[in-house]
Design a protein around this ligand. Structure first.
Ligand code: THU
Length: 139
């Protein structure tokens, strides 16, 4: 599938606009491209009970799955401290890698962006080698 990387990164930046981050002030946006062409945007949503916080990647994933969409091509992720430019790429946490692996497997393209022109283009298999997934529970 031909992925418009620029558009997907722009969607991740748009998603980040809604980040709710009164505690960490670290704002993350994700844009998940489904195989059917739909883009699901997600932001991080923090909580006064810190552990209840939901990451941007899982927000996007759960929005898609809850709408009946389970096949994905790529995800773009942007993150930085409030009011700062992206000096570092923001890679998905371990929990989000695992959550994505359930539906995407190794081939999901993962675009970790500082801007629309400066990004790391990798895969979920690279980020989560030897992932544990649905295949492990087949009998
Ligand atoms: N965060 C994400 O949204 N995605 C990640 O993969 C890493 C961390 C959020 C959670 C929390 O709101 C803030 O970044 C700081 O950890």
């Amino acid at each position: 599938m031909d992925v418009n990387v620029t558009k997907l990164i722009e969607a991740a930046f748009e998603a980040r606009e809604n980040a709710y981050t009164p505690y960490s002030h670290f704002r993350v946006g994700a844009a998940l491209l489904a195989k059917n062409g739909q883009v699901f945007k997600g932001c991080n949503i923090e909580n006064a009970a810190y552990s209840v916080t939901n990451c941007a990647e899982r927000t996007a994933l759960f929005k898609a799955v809850s709408e009946g969409v389970r096949e994905f091509e790529a995800i773009a992720i942007v993150g930085s401290m409030e009011g700062q430019v992206n000096e570092l790429i923001s890679a998905p946490c371990g929990v989000c890698r695992q959550a994505l692996f359930e539906f995407c497997g190794n081939d999901l393209r993962v675009i970790l962006a500082k801007s629309t022109t400066d990004y790391l283009d990798t895969t979920l298999g690279e980020l989560l080698p030897y992932g544990f997934g649905p295949a492990n529970l087949e009998h």
